[in-house]
Design a protein around this ligand. Sequence first.
Ligand SMILES: [Zn+2]
Length: 87
Amino acid sequence: MPERLCLSCTEVGEAFATDPALQRIMSQHPMPGAPEGAAPCTFAARGETVEEIMEQCAKHATESHGWHSFPSGMWNELRKHVRSVSA
Ligand SMILES: [Zn+2]
């Protein structure tokens, strides 16, 4: 069974709220409509590679949350929060 990867928008919000490295990055680059305090979002990225997940998250962040640029280092930290799910 091929392993699938997943990262939901809610999990990204939790990562921003709990990961010290991400908190440091985001505090230096305030973003409009950051997940914290935003309405619950049901989006979840799914794919077979972390790159796919990051691409989907970037697209979702731009289309649904109005983020048009991302702090450097954010994706590098966020990719550590991608989790495996059984297919
Ligand atoms: Zn979202």
